[in-house]
Design a protein around this ligand. Sequence first.
Ligand SMILES: [Zn+2]
Length: 360
Amino acid sequence: MRLSFGKIFGIRVDIHWTFALLIIWIVYRNLSEGLDAVHIGWSVAFILSLFVCVTLHEFGHALTARRYGIQTKDITLYPIGGVASLEKMPEKPIQELWVALAGPAVNVVIMLLLSPFILSADFLQKETAEAFVIDGSNFLPMLGIINIWLALFNLIPAFPMDGGRVLRALLSLRMHRVKATQAAATIGKILAVGFIITGFYINPFLIFIGLFIILGAHTEAEMVKAQSTISGFTLRDALMKNYQTIEKSAPIAEAVKLLLNGEAKNFLVTHNNQPYGVIGRDQIIKGITSVGETAAVESIADTQLIVMDIDVPVNDVFTEFQKSRTPLILVREGARLAGVIDLENVTELIMINTARGKLS
Ligand SMILES: [Zn+2]
């Protein structure tokens, strides 16, 4: 569940519902520390301002990526930080480097803008312990300081942090992207072990960061490996020539039957033997409750047909599935419909090629 802020620079900004828990937790902690309503107000305003900075950080990534022709679906704010869903990361090392650096760079700029407040003698003279209670006197300097931390934290050279991407991009200048990713993931894992060990002595939070890095490093390495197994393949290699179609006037009950009877989970919807739309398992299941099984397939079909050429690399279709969330993509050869492809085909191709790779 998300609350949407609408679009900024053409990118949707959402807040995840768990964000409310963060605010409740801040209020609860401040209450238990005996702070009054004014101070609680300052704390909440501080957290909200912090997340404005996090959002600007994500826009740093998104708008830099746009310069390289890569769009961003949305920016979502979670209590632990923001995520900009870029269609993909640029594969050119120098472009990935700039996109990754742009986020932390925003925090450095904010910090510089607030630096007069940080350097103000008034703030520096205060006791450190006292500075932790946010109020009008330390709001801006603390916001500046936290932006330094945001920049430094994100530059830790480990996935899923921006620093991991910076490291991979730098390594990619010298070696193959898959090798560079593996090397960056290994460096990240070594760092993570360091964090976990230090965490036992200093702060349990470091253990949490360590585990987060290990998971991130693993996911990134696996994804790049998967993509590399299908590089060089085109849709010709993964295409389904035998696929199920359903007429748009047919009842949803018939789609249910197709779903239960065969292997296919995604179907091409036709009208007068011409492609009209696509439906997938999820839409059929949703359709049963929303419009009922007697309604026509037409009412639940996705009519935004995506057609791709048979010579397009499979990697592109992989990106397209993530971007559009369509169940099925049509593949054409010249003017003729050569077949269809779904995400399962791509996954199968990855599995087959991984197995072949292990053999050789
Ligand atoms: Zn970032």
